[in-house]
Write a protein that binds this ligand. Structure first.
Ligand code: ATP
Ligand code: MG
Length: 568
């Protein structure tokens, strides 16, 4: 391709609206333009990257025996009602009506549609099946942000597996897991597979592929010593045993005027945070519920959802709390409360001589024995792991890192095949429910993540495997006939060697061309200039290291070819 004929609208300045490096660079380097919040046009350079990402994913899906489909992006409401998700998906689902008034949805995922196709499977002999597609998903995200990172319209590679047995599902899941490891390695993305919550999808095992990055919206708990890795929504850590004083026998009330927080009670009344019971009030599916944690621990909301199966969850409002407990946050407690469900974190088990609110403003209790004095209905792991806590597997300190979720694989079980009554005849002729898994990679989010991992102050530094071009031939003096024709010659040689090349033949200053090539992030640059040509030499510059070598004209094509092959 010729740069002079391509549409690569690079910008000199950083766009004010972008914070994430990938967002800034995709705009500046002329890859994307925003149509409205969460919706982007992909320009020619982005399309080149996107097709490479798609090809790598497709090759690895083919390698595990998956078959490609394309399903509609627009769905009848009926199919979503059948699985119960027409309601569950709430405001995240884009809904519309056709001219006859029929309810429709723009697909945010495709379990329902693939499952309905699976009704044509008849015999165990046809299993296993793995089906996938690249398809646009629509999600009315509450906060679209980060350029391509979180959009309302994006391409997902989604696959679905159909097996006769649990062991079969395990195998399909492992095949996907291994394929995903290979895909992210080939894409140059250092994704870590982590244990995750199954969330609203309703399944047993769930693994997310997390790309560590400052702009990530997820938190990953990771043990550098043994490799334990889990999403903070799911992660656990070892608890140091707590040393409680002797149980005084009964709780005692004491006045705590002006005490509002855990810290107030700690500093003014000598109640260390790890000897306090923190009482949170949540509304879980319309039910007011008390949630108890140790004073120095934070709640992981997803764990609360997982422990209760609640689909709607929010902190209660002060007036709801006042009405139910007669006090405001700051003096809340669960001692003697029998009218509400009480959930308690495992870290409170067996604790004695604890401090907590007395449900009277400005009054607390000391000497509380949690299991004796509080009617806990459910014990669960509810607390969020913090950096430095001992690893649950090996006891070494854990790290909490920010990360971007680039992929997600999940064992679904029979949730959808139950809803759509999908059975096959087993070996003995009896009908058996098919067991499913589902597996997703966000294509554009993956592109943004690659940039988050590979950029510098000059621009993007694409991994060779997904660069929009492998090499650029920069003609330093295009108005000099000899230089222009040498540039053309090098360009033709590179094309002949199978190198994806763009020739920068624009009538621009060489400095501008260098800046653009660096901003766009092309891995190899061949500079053809008057001075070098006098000695039969061109320059080969590596984008990542910035190193330049002088190469004889007749060796440049094989040199570039070698550079590419060793980078892939
Ligand atoms: P998130 O927690 O980030 O909202 P999710 O759990 O909703 O993600 P899945 O439903 O598992 O995501 O979708 C599979 C993959 O699709 C994700 O791993 C991610 O790569 C991509 N993805 C999901 N939502 C978006 C979005 N709004 N924009 C771009 N990519 C997305
Ligand atoms: Mg989401």
């Amino acid at each position: 391709m010729r740069w002079s004929q391509m549409h690569i609208p690079t910008l000199r300045e950083n766009p004010a609206e972008a914070d994430a490096p990938s967002h800034q660079l995709l705009l500046r380097a002329g890859f994307i333009r925003q149509l409205m919040a969460g919706h982007y046009s992909l320009l020619p350079l982005a399309i080149r990257v996107r097709s490479k990402v798609i090809n790598i994913i497709r090759e690895e899906m083919t390698a595990i025996g998956a078959q490609e489909f394309t399903l509609p992006a627009m769905h009848p409401a009926e199919i979503w009602r059948r699985s119960g998700r027409w309601e569950v998906m709430g405001d995240e689902m884009f809904r519309l009506k056709d001219r006859k008034g029929a309810d429709l949805a723009l697909g945010m995922t495709h379990e329902e549609i693939f499952t309905s196709l699976a009704t044509e499977l008849k015999s165990y002999r046809e299993l296993p099946q793995m089906w996938y597609q690249f398809q646009t998903k629509f999600r009315d995200e509450p906060r679209a942000k980060g350029g391509l990172m979180r959009t309302r319209e994006f391409t997902m590679k989604d696959s679905y597996s159909f097996d006769l047995t649990q062991e079969g599902l395990d195998r399909s899941f492992d095949l996907h897991r291994e394929a995903y490891v290979r895909i992210f390695a080939r894409l140059g993305i250092p994704a870590i597979p982590v244990e995750a919550s199954s969330g609203s999808m309703g399944g047993s095992a769930s693994t997310e592929f997390m790309c560590p990055a400052e702009v990530g919206e997820d938190f990953v708990v990771h043990c550098p010593s043994c490799g334990y890795a889990a999403n903070i929504e799911k992660a656990t850590s070892r608890l140091a045993p707590a040393a409680d004083a002797a149980d005084p026998g009964t709780p005692e009330r004491f006045d705590t005027p002006e005490v509002r927080t855990i810290d107030d009670l700690a500093s003014r009344f000598g109640a260390p945070a790890d000897r306090q019971v923190k009482t949170l009030v949540y509304v879980l599916d319309e039910q007011l519920t008390l949630v108890l944690l140790r004073g120095d621990h934070a709640l992981a909301e997803q764990k609360l959802a997982d422990a209760t199966g609640a689909t709607a969850l929010r902190p209660a409002r002060p007036e709801e709390i006042q009405e139910a407990l007669g006090a405001l946050p700051g003096s809340l407690g669960a001692v003697g409360v029998t009218s509400l469900t009480v959930l308690a974190d495992d870290a409170l088990r067996g604790r004695t001589d604890m401090f907590t609110g007395a449900n009277v403003d400005g009054v607390h209790l000391r000497g509380v024995n949690v299991e004796r004095d509080i009617a806990v209905s459910t014990w669960a792991d509810l607390r969020e792991v913090a950096s430095g806590e001992p690893c649950v597997q090996c006891g070494e300190p854990l790290q909490v890192q920010k990360a971007i979720e680039v992929g997600h694989i999940l064992k679904l079980g029979t949730k959808y095949t139950d809803a759509f009554d999908v059975t096959v005849l087993d070996t003995d002729g009896t009908p058996k429910k098919i067991i499913m898994g589902c597996y997703g990679i966000g294509v554009e989010r993956t592109i943004a993540s690659a940039i988050e991992c590979h950029h510098d102050d000059k621009g993007i530094v694409w991994p060779m495997s997904i660069a929009p071009f492998e090499a650029v031939v920069t003609v330093a003096q295009p108005d000099d006939e000899a230089t222009a024709s040498a540039g053309e010659q090098v360009y033709q040689q590179l094309l002949a060697a199978g190198v994806e090349t763009v020739i920068d033949d624009r009538a621009e200053r060489v400095g501008v061309k260098f800046k653009d090539a660096e901003l766009v992030g092309i891995p190899l640059r061949v500079t053809v200039g008057k001075r070098g040509l006098a000695d039969g030499i061109v320059e080969l510059t590596d984008r990542a290291s910035g190193e330049t070598q002088r190469i004889p004209l007749d060796e440049i094509a094989s040199c570039v070819r070698k550079g590419i092959d060793s980078a892939k």
